[in-house]
Design a protein around this ligand. Structure first.
Ligand code: PEP
Ligand code: MG
Length: 578
């Protein structure tokens, strides 16, 4: 036996050790048969679709119970595929015209559907292709009269698979899943999102290295740095046990104080708020100590639907979130589609470089009617609350001036309809394009606040597509180039009396805390589960100590050096690569 280490992408933090359970999906054999009675095949298909729908609804209920309603939306998308008119027309047409069995027609049509989505070369759509395949397999199994069988785990295990579908992830017995590891998938795949919400360590994107993991093998999984140690020796086990124990200890301690403010060792208070991507997430953030919402991504309202939501629908959704957060600050970002997030109801042209195309605010300004509806809904929902409106993907001052005009138009329209709306509402922009960071002193004059989006700022600064696994590691928010831009932004804003938040993944990384404190960041916004540890990290430093650390880090040569330096005095097990 020899100790080996393989690497993937750390998708959900936590360290664990245990035996590998290879989760192999059973091959489905679908043969083409001649079907004389096509109406019998059509009826067979109808029954199978109805059963699939019932099963998916049951799964959604289970997920809602286990991990909250926002994650159940994955299964709502699955249900939509079952009634997709184009897909059904294709399948039914094939049964009629070719006299083939329903499972064969279904298989061929769904395979084509998934292949078309994959061929578009977009990570978001590729993930939708995996959804189509998940649903397709379910329907074939039902058509073939096979009972659903969840993998039976006899002991707590580390699940290893080529790809884990959302159905797999939620049907496995969570009490026996120590970690999820998959050959495919990126940091934004469903398994990554679900395991983070479930608090289970996960590593994705292992590639061919996953083949080295065999059933029953003992391994150590570190979801923070994406490392798997195969057949660890006694020394490796002892070291990881120690890390796991101290991580658990730090997490428990942090959670106990999660609802207390984050006050630095010399008394300076720092605001810690949550990023949310769906209305159902708002109440849960309070448990982790969120002092408000620093980023509400409104895309969930617009994706995967045939028509855009109207003003009343949007007002109702935003109002519900404002109610939950009472008088706490809530930063709502206007629609940020384009790039890796397409909208089905807009006729969006195919772009060679969608991340450099009509994305975020550019798209809103190009569709003023849609933009006006969202602005009016936001202004209405803000009445009586502490709403701040934020705009994504700003590159120039002209865009901010155009936004100001659009807000005035929306206000005038509400006045003319005699509808009440929020009178005092801060207006801010995301700093995620290098030009905006470089022009922060000019932009600070025309906005009330900035929120730095390091996910995009890193990809644009280092010219490395955040969704392309081959270059994504280059887009490291701890690269001194990104940190220098962050310094410029904070200095410029403060010189103009404006505050600065940071809502990219970097804000939730305890490793980055002293650097960001040293640079003078006013507000940290992150996924709620990260809040307790980040608050804990904030409490450890004085302003002077943090400044010293940030000054040193900004003089380093690359991201690797920054990480090494910061890890030397931070708790490495609690940080994952961003
Ligand atoms: C960012 O770019 O850092 C950000 C928070 O926005 P998103 O991840 O939604 O692009
Ligand atoms: Mg962004």
């Amino acid at each position: 036996m020899s100790t080996r280490t393989i690497h993937g992408v750390g998708a959900s933090v936590g360290i664990t050790t245990g035996p590998v359970f290879r989760y192999e999906v059973r091959e489905q054999v679908v043969e083409q048969r001649h079907a004389e009675d096509t109406s019998a095949e059509q009826a067979h298909l109808d029954t199978a679709l109805a059963q699939a729908q019932a099963e998916i609804q049951a799964l959604a209920t289970q997920v809602r119970h286990d991990v909250g309603s926002s994650n159940a939306s994955i299964f709502e998308a699955h249900e939509m595929f079952l009634s997709d008119p184009e897909l059904l027309e294709e399948v039914r047409g094939m049964i009629e015209s070719q006299h083939v069995n329903a499972d064969y027609a279904w298989k061929v049509s769904t395979e084509q559907y998934a292949a078309t989505l994959r061929a578009l070369g977009d990570e978001y759509l590729a993930a939708r292709a995996a959804d189509v395949e998940d649903v397709a397999k379910r329907v074939i199994r039902i058509l073939q009269g096979v009972e659903e069988q969840a993998a039976q785990l006899s002991e707590p295990s580390i699940i290893v698979a080529v790809e884990l579908t959302p159905s797999d992830t939620v049907t496995l017995d969570k009490h026996k899943v120590l970690a999820f590891c998959s050959a495919r998938g990126g940091a934004t795949s469903h398994v990554a999102i679900l395991s983070k919400t479930l608090g289970i360590p996960a590593i994705v994107g292992l590639g061919a290295a996953a083949d080295q993991l065999r059933n029953g093998m003992q391994v150590i999984v570190n979801g923070a740095n994406g490392e798997i140690v195969i057949e660890p020796d006694a020394a490796a086990i002892a070291s990881y046990r120690q890390q796991a124990t101290s991580l658990a200890h730090v997490q428990t301690e942090a959670q106990e104080k999660a609802c207390e403010p984050a006050i630095m060792a010399d008394g300076k208070r720092v605001e810690v708020v949550a990023n949310i991507g769906a209305p159902g997430e708002a109440p849960g953030t309070l448990v982790y100590g969120a002092e408000g919402v620093g980023l509400l991504r409104t895309e969930f309202l617009f994706l995967e639907r045939a028509t855009a939501p109207d003003e009343d629908e949007q007002t109702a959704v935003y109002s519900a979130i404002m109610e939950t957060m009472e008088q706490r600050p809530v930063v709502i970002r206007t629609l940020d589609i384009g790039g890796d997030k397409p909208a089905t109801f807009l006729d969006m042209p195919n772009e060679m470089n969608p991340f450099l195309g009509v994305r975020g605010l550019r798209l809103s300004l190009a569709h003023p009617d849609m933009f006006q509806i969202q602005l009016r809904a936001l202004l209405r929902a803000g009445a009586g609350h502490n709403l701040k409106i934020m705009f994504p993907m700003v590159a120039t001052r002209e865009e901010v001036l155009a936004v100001r005009e659009q807000i005035a138009v929306a206000q005038a329209s509400l006045v003319s309809r005699d509808i009440s709306y929020v009178q005092h509402c801060e207006v801010g922009i995301m700093i995620e394009v290098p030009s905006a960071a470089l022009m922060a002193d000019v932009l600070a004059d025309v906005v009330d606040f900035f929120s730095i989006g390091t996910n995009d700022l890193s990809q644009y600064t280092l010219a490395a597509d955040r969704t392309n696994a081959a270059v994504a590691p280059l887009a490291d928010a701890l690269h001194p180039a990104v940190l220098r831009l962050i310094r410029m932004v904070i200095e410029a804003a403060h010189a103009h009396g404006k505050w600065v938040g940071l809502c990219g993944e970097l804000a939730g990384d305890p490793l980055a805390v002293p650097v960001l404190l040293g640079l003078g960041l006013d507000e940290f916004s992150m996924s709620a589960r990260s809040i307790p540890l980040v608050k804990q990290a904030i409490r450890r430093y004085t302003v002077a100590q943090a400044r010293e650390i940030s000054q040193h880090v900004l003089s380093l040569g690359d991201a690797g050096e920054v990480r090494e330096y910061l890890s030397s005095f931070s708790h490495s097990a609690t940080s994952s690569k961003k």
